[in-house]
Structure formats: C-alpha cells, structure tokens
Unconditional design. Structure first.
Length: 201
C-alpha cells in the first residue's frame, strides 16, 4: 500500500472476535466509513470470511473481497457456494503456490502424483503446498547425501539457491531466509465456485 502512496493511517482495520464467526462489529464498522470502502483484504478463517461476505455483498455490490491463502481456499469456495454463486463470484484469494487449475510443470507433476496415490481426491491448494514443501525436503535430503544429520540437512537447505521445482519462480534459501519464495499468485472464484488464475500486477 505504501508503494501506491497510501498512508498507513488511511487503512481501516475491521475486527471480529477471534475463533468465532461473529462479524457484526466488523460489518457495523464498515457501514460507518465515509466515503464507502471499495475493497477489503481479509485475514480470517473461511467461515468468518464467508459470513462477512454474506452480510455485506448486498450492501456493497461492487466491493472487492480479497483473502490470503490462510483462509483455506477450498473450504471458502464451498462455504460461499452454499450461499449461492453471487456470493462466490469474483472473490479473490492470493496463493503461495500456482493455481491448481494451471499447467506449470510442478502443478502437472502434483496432479499426476495425487491421481496415482490418492485416486478420486480433488487437487487443492493445501495439498499442493504440502507436495511442494515435501519436494524441497527431498531435494535437501538428496543434496545432503546418505551420511547426514539434522545440522547437515539444515546447512544444505540454508545454502540452496536457484532451486527450480517448475513453479515459474526459483526458490532461494539462506541462513536468515527460510521462506524461499516471495511470489504470490492471484486466483478468483468464478460463478461455479472454481478458482481461476488472475494477474496481480
């Protein structure tokens, strides 16, 4: 937001009681905003996010709803579709992995492995993230060699640079850098409750 010239004080924070779906205070805080807020970035669980969208969609038909991947993409889509397609359509979720509907080599390998070892299981963002994390560990184990201990594995992982798993971005680690990727992929729900890739830049 700072790079867009928005002052931190201009950002309104709407709150709800943690571990609940009681979003009435947040909805009431939203109603008090003048001029009306045009976009909401939610950092919540899927049920609270769905409840907030349900209570505000008709009040603000042009509202942009965005969620971070923590929300649980599949659960959010399912919850919103129970309310109806108009609640789901256009809801954005930023992901830390590519779209599961995409065709990057990592996603295709994941789908093949999922079909082979868990037939009938639908691809989703949580299992894709787990698959990719496991692949990073496997690469670390291979590089550490057969005679390794915990410290050697950590040292190998922290010195891993330009690891290409087929995501469309390389992964880089360091002693103070354990995140590896800072890339965010955009997805938005369509009227069928399916996530479609969207460009964020």
């Amino acid at each position: 937001m700072r790079s867009l010239g928005v002052n931190d004080t201009a950002i309104v924070r709407l709150n709800y009681k943690r571990n609940t779906v009681d979003v009435d205070d947040a909805v009431n805080q939203l109603k008090l905003q003048k001029p009306p807020i045009k976009a909401v970035v939610m950092v919540s669980t899927y049920r609270a996010a769905a409840r907030f969208i349900e209570k505000t969609r008709d009040l603000y038909p042009g509202m942009i709803y965005s969620n971070v991947s923590f929300v649980g993409s599949t659960a959010l889509a399912d919850e919103l579709m129970l309310l109806g397609p108009r609640y789901a359509s256009g809801v954005i979720v930023t992901q830390v992995v590519p779209a599961v509907s995409g065709y990057s080599s990592a996603v295709l390998e994941y789908k093949n492995a999922l079909a082979k070892y868990f037939p009938g299981e639908a691809p989703d963002y949580v299992s894709l993230e787990g698959y990719l994390a496991a692949n990073v560990l496997i690469q670390g184990l291979k590089r550490a060699g057969p005679q390794f201990d915990t410290e050697k594995l950590i040292d190998v992982l922290e010195n891993t640079q330009n690891l290409d798993l087929g995501l469309g971005t390389v992964l880089n680690f360091g002693r103070a850098e354990h995140q590896a990727s800072h890339k965010i992929w955009g997805t938005a729900l369509d009227e069928n409750g399916k996530y479609q890739a969207i460009e964020l830049e």
